[in-house]
Design a protein around this ligand. Structure first.
Ligand code: PLP
Length: 364
């Protein structure tokens, strides 16, 4: 079975081997070397020259929670510009933290619009703006983060980004674009096993985190101020999944060996182009508007009468594990992950099988 879900994804055999070999005390020199290497490599990939990278036991949700609870204090004003389910979930976390949230939304399938962001920022002032880089529930990539960051800074706020399914697959250059905080996880485009959330912050955000921690400390497990202290020693405050850290190092080495992050971006783009060509040629459509189709997760609309669980089952019989839709699209859409240790031929074969299954089911 080939894992083509929107995470976890197939991992390289070297990463799998590293996972099984990688047990060490989290206070040992061996562990500290892994931790340091992971942090340095993540900095290179994210284009973060001056700032901190935190490895947090947990998943993407933990990373998003840590970002929200550690960077923002209760009462602060946030503009959340959301385009799907994962944006909605982050907003729930913001409310739980006691933030003053203004919601700006696009219909599912649409990307954010810079003009709307501009208007909203002109109408009111905010401490922070939140955007999901790649909305996994709809297969939409927000590729205007650079323009968004520019506007956000012009209005004196900072930009927080959930890039759980975008990071290392959809372009993002933290320093050059001015993205202040990024949350991601190991089990998506990084093609490592699940087990770690990752938060990357620019250096001035580190000062903010210290202040927030003094005034309204988040729960210890997601308090990035504690992670910052231990980062100086290349450790975490609490026991991390040490073997996942070791596996992550291997996955990051592979990115470099395969030509670096730019080569990885091109690979994702090529896989996506092969996938969408097959879908388009068959007259099928995606939930995402064409210009914002994600390079990492494709959400294919199903014709009337064809339901996601049946399509998923038939794909599994052919050896492809895919996912259904989310929210109101649970049964109307199937989602195919284009990430991980696979290649464009596998992606295209999956697209062809998907088309055949959908056509057969729609004939009844
Ligand atoms: N944010 C986005 C955009 C995601 O795609 C996901 C998971 O798919 C999450 C957050 C939550 O990540 P996790 O399931 O690792 O907790």
């Amino acid at each position: 079975m080939v894992l083509l879900t929107p995470g976890p994804v197939e991992i390289h055999e070297r990463v799998l081997k590293a996972l099984s070999e990688g047990i060490a005390s989290h206070r040992s020199e061996t562990y500290r070397n892994w931790h340091c290497e992971a942090v340095e490599r993540l900095k290179r990939i994210s284009g973060l020259r001056d700032g901190s990278v935190y490895l947090i036991p947990g998943s993407g949700t933990t990373a998003v929670d840590a970002m929200i609870y550690s960077v923002l204090a209760p009462g602060e004003k946030v503009l959340a510009y959301i385009v799907g389910e994962f944006g909605r979930r982050a907003v729930n976390t913001m409310k739980a933290r006691g933030l003053n949230v203004r919601l700006l939304e696009e219909p599912w399938g649409k990307a954010i619009r810079i003009e709307r962001l501009k208007e909203a920022l002109e109408e009111d002032s905010y401490d922070a703006v939140f955007i999901v880089h790649n909305e996994t529930s709809t297969g939409v990539a927000n590729r205007t983060l650079r323009e968004a960051a520019e506007l956000v800074h012009k209005h004196g706020a900072i930009l927080l980004v959930d890039s759980v399914s975008g990071f290392a697959g959809e372009r993002l250059y933290m320093d050059d674009w001015g993205v202040d905080v990024v949350a991601t996880a190991t089990q998506k485009c990084l093609a490592a096993p699940p087990g770690l959330g990752i938060v990357m912050v620019k250096s001035d955000v580190v000062e903010r985190i210290e202040k927030v921690s003094k005034e309204s400390p988040p729960p210890p497990s997601i308090n990035l101020s504690l992670y910052e202290k231990f980062l100086a020693k290349c450790e975490t405050p609490f026991t991390p999944p040490v073997n996942v850290v070791r596996a992550l190092v291997e996955a990051l080495r592979l990115i470099e060996e395969e030509g670096g992050i730019e080569a990885r971006y091109r690979e994702q783009e090529m896989r996506a182009s092969r996938f969408y060509s097959v879908i388009d040629a068959a007259g099928l459509d995606t939930l995402a508007e064409k210009s914002a189709r994600s390079y990492t997760v494709a959400a294919v609309r199903l014709p009337e009468g064809v339901r996601a669980p049946e399509v998923k089952k038939r794909m599994a019989e052919l050896g492809f594990e895919i996912a259904g839709g989310m929210g109101e699209y649970r049964e109307k859409v199937v989602r195919v992950g284009l990430m991980g240790a696979i290649n464009a031929d596998i992606v295209e074969a999956a697209a062809r099988s998907l088309v055949e299954i959908i056509q057969e089911l729609s004939r009844g």
